[in-house]
Ligand binder design. Structure first.
Ligand code: PEP
Ligand code: MG
Length: 325
């Protein structure tokens, strides 16, 4: 990591006409916090917690995780830190469980499905995250949620973990916000109902694009078909943002799309509340937001939604953005 200070990156991400977007950071390691703060990150929008479980033969215990998570919460306080519960499976495995024999791992036992099949492992993490909530502005979110039953079961596990903490006399924030990642087409379709169950949504476009377009995000043969500006993807994102707002909850987006200068003005047109991206990309994206006008973003979104093909959308967005910046 090279220390590069951009003038203006500590200023709020606010358009010329006064619309404010929260710009948070995606991290995998606590050591990235310095880069987050130097680059003007206003908090952590996605902490990918699986990295503490990789490259070791044992499993981290509750105290080890609670110490690590509490340090992160305390360093970032009063800024927000969103802990995403384990997203193992697909391409990431832990030694103690080994790789599963699955023909289609991306559609297999990953993320929340894996955690629900390993309740003790899940509870350990839920207790550690809850303990960290006593030290800062902590939220929790569940990955790969596909429907109501799954989110209700995950929340029940969180309550169980917190009941245990209570009986052990441990401190935690009983009001810790609970969110879900929207990264499956099923969750998009269920967004208005899911919004009644949680405090916020975070749209995971890396997976949402993969599952919506049927394009394996790790397969180079079809990478040319992995298109963030596909009309189906944009309609899905808009549907989720609208459903969140109708229910009075925040809509955030933490996929790579949040660091794409061609996508961010469209997301702003949708009135996204928050974006979360890699720390190094924050200054450039903040600059784009600070040079934008909400009225123009809304006009761009309207024009984009009138296009029926991804080719047309790509041309329109490139022409508009090149013309402007
Ligand atoms: C996503 O799917 O967009 C996301 C942010 O999660 P990950 O890349 O860790 O799957
Ligand atoms: Mg994902």
């Amino acid at each position: 990591y090279q220390r590069r200070i951009y003038r203006g990156c500590q200023l709020p991400a606010e358009t010329i006409d006064g619309y404010r977007v929260q710009v948070l950071a995606n991290i995998e390691l606590i050591e990235e916090v310095a880069a987050v703060l130097d680059n003007g990150g206003e908090g952590i929008g996605l902490y990918r917690t699986e990295y503490s479980y990789l490259n070791r033969t044992d499993l981290p215990g509750e105290d080890e995780l609670a110490d690590k998570y509490s340090d992160l919460a305390a360093i970032m306080s009063p800024r927000k830190v969103i802990f995403r519960t384990l997203d193992l499976g697909a391409d990431k495995f832990i030694a103690s469980f080994g790789a599963l024999d699955e023909a289609n791992p991306a559609m297999g036992l990953r993320a929340i499905r894996f955690c629900m099949q390993h309740p003790e492992l899940f509870k350990t993490q839920l207790k550690a995250i809850s303990r960290a909530s006593a030290y800062g502005n902590v939220s929790i979110m569940f990955p790969m949620i596909s429907g109501l039953r799954e989110v209700r079961r995950a929340k029940a596990k969180l309550r169980e973990a917190q009941d245990e903490l209570r009986s052990q006399g441990r401190r935690f924030n009983a009001e810790m916000p609970v969110g879900i990642m929207i990264e499956l087409p099923a969750a998009v379709m269920m967004a208005s109902m899911l919004a009644e169950e949680v405090d916020f949504f975070s749209i995971g476009t890396n997976d949402l694009i993969q599952y919506s377009l049927g394009i394996d995000r790790t397969n180079a043969h079809v990478s040319y078909l992995y298109q963030p500006l596909h009309p189906a993807v944009l309609r899905s994102i808009k549907h989720v943002v609208d459903a969140a707002h109708q229910a009075g909850i925040e809509a955030s987006l933490c996929g790579e799309v949040a660091s794409d200068p061609f996508c961010v003005p469209i997301l702003m047109g949708m009135q996204i509340d928050c974006i979360s991206l890699s720390p190094q990309a924050i200054p450039g994206i903040k600059r784009i937001i600070r040079q934008a006008r909400m009225s123009e973003c809304k006009a761009l979104l309207r024009d984009v939604l009138a296009c029926r093909t991804v080719g047309k959308i790509n041309r329109l967005v490139r022409d508009t953005i090149f013309h402007k910046y």
